[in-house]
Design a binder for this molecule. Sequence first.
Ligand SMILES: [Zn+2]
Length: 462
Amino acid sequence: MTIADLVIENVNLYSEGGIIHSGVAVKDGKIVVIAADRYLPPARNVIDGKGQHLLPGGIDPHVHFRDPGKTERETFQTGTMAAAAGGVTTICEHPISMPPPYSPELLKRRIAVASQQSVVDFAFFGAAGADKLEEIPRISREEMIAFKTFFHKPPEGREEEFAGLTMANDAKIYEGFCAIAKTGKILAIHAENDDIIAEQIKKLRKAGKVTGIHHAESRPPISEVEAVAKVLCIAAETGTRVQLCHISTGAAAELVKKAKQRGQEVYLETCPHYLLANESALEKLGPFAKCNPPLRKQEIVDDLWRYVQDGTVDLIGSDHGPFLPSEKEIGYQDIFTAPAGFPGIDLRLPLLLNAMKSGKITLKRIIELICTNPAKTYGLYPQKGAIRIGADADFVMVDLERAFVVDRQKGYSRSADTARLYDGLLLYGLPTMTIVRGRVVMRNGIVAAEDAGWGQLVTVSK
Ligand SMILES: [Zn+2]
């Protein structure tokens, strides 16, 4: 029998929809044996899992790492170290950088930086903007997994970060979708109606209503629901494959459910914060709870859960959005001036495991939402997304019984200080080890900076 590089034994291993008490052997970064411990081959390195759970490594379908342009907020190194800490073994980077990757040249530049710095594997979204339509067919032939666009004009002061990344009116959306449809790639969309929002903000500001909670008021559910209806309509007309990012309302999810029933190809993503927090956090934390779309009222949160449970939601992404504390703090004077987003890549899995403890979600559903479905959506399966023979040896070991208190000061994100939404919360379910293609990159919460550069580009499986 050949000697394996790594054996992990004495674990409750999640494979093919169920848990088996067994182990796994790894050779050249791939899973070569899944078997009861006594049938595992000898190995250079043996890890005793001590009865913990071994799950497929997480794939985060939605993160923002800022390099190039705003490395003081996050780099590929710090962002992927945070990923490893939270059991994420592949990140999918959404463009918002300076400039965003709207051309093959810009994409290659980002791939080069990520290759040097990343601890975990990475895949890229390309930017799709109505102002750079000619670049869409060019970049679609490069090593990217999907496109991303926004339906609003670049936010004030962030013009360079949003170049080539927006379709800011209906005519441009239609034109943009036509161009993307020809590439056959998925278009991921930040779907909010900017006209409704701009008018609301104007009114609220005039009335002096500029505190945290007014952010939620400025982006009512209809601003999401209308934009989702438009996406579904134009995507059906143009034959565009679409992903709706960070959906925050059951009403929008219901539209997607109906579209799926009609046979439309559409993927629905939500984030932990739309399921586990509500708008009261905006009163408490002001700009540090500001994200787009905003946190919603509890009854909307409860409604959204139904679509997680019934299978309508395909993906849960963190929408990891790092900013400097100083950039967020200006929102205490006027909430509308603060940027939207906060870090969260390291807490996606623990938050969902904790929700499982209270009976909100099953382990099977968690694995679908954060591992298997992201891999399948972007064509990374079966290389990624499941513990199977021949797949990359990407794992996260978790101790489901171990509780821990979230402490933002321990975070690896460069913007960890702004991760305040769950700070101080007691969670059950601790990731204790993260393994990327057979290499341990996190052990007991510690990620070594020397592993920067281990991460590799992942692209659509041929
Ligand atoms: Zn985002």
